[in-house]
Design a binder for this molecule. Structure first.
Ligand code: ADP
Ligand code: MG
Length: 250
C-alpha cells in the first residue's frame, strides 16, 4: 500500500532523511520509533507530500506521490492533483488541528463535501456514524474547545476517516495528552487496526507497539536502522542504537 524507496530530504545544509526505505502492506500497522530529530515527522510529511522529496520516490496504492511517470521521465503533478492524492492519505497530528470555528460535525463534513464532492446529507450521515465509532455519538454540535484533548483527538481521527483514506498516518497522536486521556485514543487506534485499516503510527508508546504493530521500525539519524515484528525489534534488537534507545524509553 505504501512504498518508500531511497528517500532523501534536506532543509538547507541539514540532511534529515538519508535514504529511507519502507514498505507497508495493506491492512498492516507499522509503528515508527526513534529519538527526537531522527526524521519521523519529516518521513510522514513526505508520504502525503507536505514535503517534497529531494531524491527517491514514494507510492501509495500504486500511485506515485507528487509525480507522474511518462516513459522514463517524471513530471511534477499540479497542485490540484496533489490535493486529490492528499485527501486519500489521512493525517492525524499531535495537536489535533481541528477547525476551532466549526462544530465537531462540520469538522467531519467539510472535506468530504469540498474535496470529494459528496452530497452534504450523505457526509453528515457518515459523520454521525464515525462519531459513534470513536465513542462521541451525541457530540456532533459541540465545538472543539468544549472537548477534552482525548475527545478532540478522537474527532480528528474520525475526520481523517471521513475521507476514506487508503492509509492513515499518525504523528505522535497521544503526545499532547494528559496521561489519563492517552488510553481512550489508543483504544480507538487499536479498534481501527483490528478492522484492517492500513496505518503508520509514530509514537513513543512501546506497549501499544508491542500489542498492535505488525512491523516496528526504528529510525535514527534519518535512516531506518532496524525493522521487523515487535518481538524482534523490541525484545531482541540487533542494532546497538536500537538497544540504547529502548533502554531509555522502556
Ligand atoms: P522527529 O519527528 O523524528 O523528531 P523531524 O522530522 O521533525 O524529527 O525533524 C528532523 C530534523 O529536521 C530536526 O533537526 C528538525 O529541526 C529538522 N526540520 C524539520 N522540519 C524542518 C523545516 N521545515 N525546516 C528546517 N528544518 C526542519
Ligand atoms: Mg516528530
Amino acid at each position: 500500500m505504501v512504498d518508500v524507496r531511497g528517500v532523501h530530504k534536506g532543509f538547507g545544509p541539514l540532511e534529515v532523511l538519508r535514504g529511507v526505505d519502507l514498505r507497508v502492506r495493506a491492512g498492516e500497522v507499522t509503528v515508527v520509533l526513534g529519538p527526537s530529530g531522527s526524521g519521523k515527522s519529516t518521513l510522514l510529511r513526505t508520504i502525503n507530500h507536505l514535503e517534497k522529496v529531494d531524491r527517491g520516490w514514494i507510492s501509495v496504492d500504486g500511485e506515485l506521490i507528487g509525480y507522474r511517470r511518462s516513459g522514463d521521465k517524471l513530471y511534477e503533478l499540479k497542485e490540484k492533483e496533489v490535493l486529490r492524492q492528499r485527501t486519500r492519505i489521512g493525517f492525524v497530528f499531535q495537536d489535533f488541528n481541528l477547525f476551532p470555528h466549526l462544530t465537531v460535525e462540520e469538522n467531519l463534513v467539510e472535506a468530504p463535501v469540498s474535496a470529494l464532492r459528496r452530497p452534504r446529507k450523505e457526509a453528515r450521515e457518515t459523520a454521525r456514524r464515525l462519531l459513534e465509532r470513536v465513542g462521541l455519538a451525541g457530540r456532533a454540535g459541540t465545538y472543539p474547545r468544549q472537548l477534552s484533548g482525548g475527545q478532540q483527538q478522537r474527532v480528528a481521527i474520525a475526520r481523517a476517516l471521513a475521507l476514506e483514506p487508503k492509509v492513515l498516518l499518525f504523528d505522535e497522536p497521544t503526545s499532547a495528552l494528559d496521561p489519563e486521556l492517552v488510553g481512550e485514543v489508543l483504544d480507538v487506534i487499536k479498534d481501527l487496526a483490528r478492522s484492517g485499516t492500513t496505518m503508520i503510527v509514530v509514537t513513543h508508546e512501546i506497549g501499544f507497539a508491542r500489542e498492535v504493530a505488525d512491523t516496528v521500525v526504528f529510525m535514527d539519524g534519518g535512516v531506518v536502522v532496524e525493522q521487523g515484528p515487535p518481538s524482534a525489534v523490541l525484545d531482541n534488537p540487533r542494532q546497538e542504537r536500537t538497544r540504547a534507545f529502548l533502554s531509555k524509553v522502556l
